[in-house]
Design a protein around this ligand. Structure first.
Ligand code: PLP
Length: 366
């Protein structure tokens, strides 16, 4: 950021090198305020997932808006966030190797960085790593609430594991579940019913652990596609919704989320083989069609009809005639799959690049 030497600083979107990934900073900050305000009104903490933007600078904007810290998927991401000044980090995942646990133990020197576990084997790894680093890794228990991914499968297992964590001497911080399999239910009533049923499983696990005499500070759930429903459920203490600060077609059209589009890819017309087709210089290596196709915001009723590795074919409606070299803006189908292909965001205000924002945790997969 603030790299005044970067050749894109000061350029308008219409003259950017392409393909580029652009974040409208006003829209991003507005989305952060909406999410932070929503959680504050419901008396909840906001711990946004950073998997979509992977940037400590954008994470700092979330914290400035009111987030208590961030959620990450990997220890490597947590290391990058901590190095960028974020000091409250939840790894909503189970580190699986002794190296990852050791790094997480060492990370405690610079941040409160917790991981979620679902078995005594993880606890053993956490103990060994904590002991050799002279640190204590805070632990949460992940509860499977229907996604059939990781997580203990019963309340009883959650209680037994919580007791083992407490007996180990490592800090037990709470429970987590993610209702990611329920985001795209189209009926609002059915979505609400299903999410309430799923999230009640993690809330019940927390209550059963408390009944066994153990404090449960954190009950962490919720993503962008579910935060409005999940944040109204009694017993939840924090929400992990993060990708909505960038937004994409998936969140808006499949999850019914109404936040501002802050993320755009910019591509240039490279060829006009026929009147009704434009070939652009961004293919699936820059702007993939994972979950949904990208959509062009500059030409109504145009349609991305094919993505090649380095080219896109855009079918043009009557009356549109983009010229070779014209830059067109696209909303990605799915932000996570798009951002990960780029080294940096160009931060834009009023259509002009004001910042270059590295995706510093891109590739931090371990
Ligand atoms: C554990 C966990 N929490 C939260 C989320 C939601 O993240 P986002 O709000 O970026 O969609 C996800 C998405 O995959 C997740 O895996």
């Amino acid at each position: 950021m603030n790299d005044r030497q970067h050749p894109s600083i000061g350029l308008e979107v219409s003259s950017l090198p392409t393909p580029s990934l652009v974040v409208d900073l006003d829209a991003f900050e507005a989305n952060c305020s909406v999410l932070a305000g929503h959680m504050a009104r419901r008396g909840l903490d906001w711990r946004p997932h950073i998997k979509a933007h992977k940037s400590p600078l954008l994470a700092q904007k979330m914290v400035e808006a009111g987030a208590i810290g961030v959620t990450c998927a990997k220890v490597g991401e947590a290391e990058v966030m901590a190095a960028g000044g974020i000091d409250q980090i939840l790894i909503a995942n189970q580190p699986s190797t002794e190296q990852a646990w050791l790094r997480l133990a060492e990370l405690q020197e610079s941040a409160w960085a917790a991981a979620t576990i679902d078995s005594p084997e993880h606890l053993e790894l956490a103990k060994v790593a904590s002991h050799s680093a002279g640190q204590s890794i805070p632990l949460l228990i992940e509860v499977d609430i229907g996604m059939s991914r990781a997580g203990v499968r019963s309340t009883e297992d959650a209680v037994v594991l919580a007791e083992k964590i407490v007996a180990s001497g490592l800090p037990f911080a709470g429970v987590m579940g993610y209702e990611g399999h329920l985001l795209t239910i189209s009926s609002t009533d059915e979505k609400s019913r299903a999410i309430n049923e799923a999230v009640s499983r993690v809330v019940k696990a927390a209550e059963a652990i408390r009944d066994s005499g153990i404090d449960v500070d954190i009950v962490s759930c919720g993503g962008t596609g579910s935060f409005e429903i999940t944040s109204a459920i009694d017993g939840v203490t924090e929400i992990q919704a993060g990708g909505g600060c960038l937004m994409d077609r998936f969140y808006r059209e499949m999850c019914g989320v109404d936040l501002a589009n802050a993320l755009f890819a910019v591509a240039a017309v490279g060829s006009r083989p026929t009147e009704r087709e434009a070939i652009l210089d961004a293919g699936w290596k820059a702007l993939p069609d994972k979950i949904m196709k990208p959509i062009c915001v500059d030409i109504n009723r145009s349609e991305v009809s094919q993505l090649y590795a380095e080219h896109m074919r855009l079918d043009l409606p009557d009356g549109s005639d983009p010229q070779i070299g014209d830059r067109l803006k696209f909303i990605p189908g799915y932000s996570d799959a798009t951002t990960v292909l780029h080294n940096e965001f160009l931060g834009v205000r009023d259509g002009v690049v004001v910042d270059v924002i590295p995706l510093a945790a891109r590739g931090a997969l371990q």
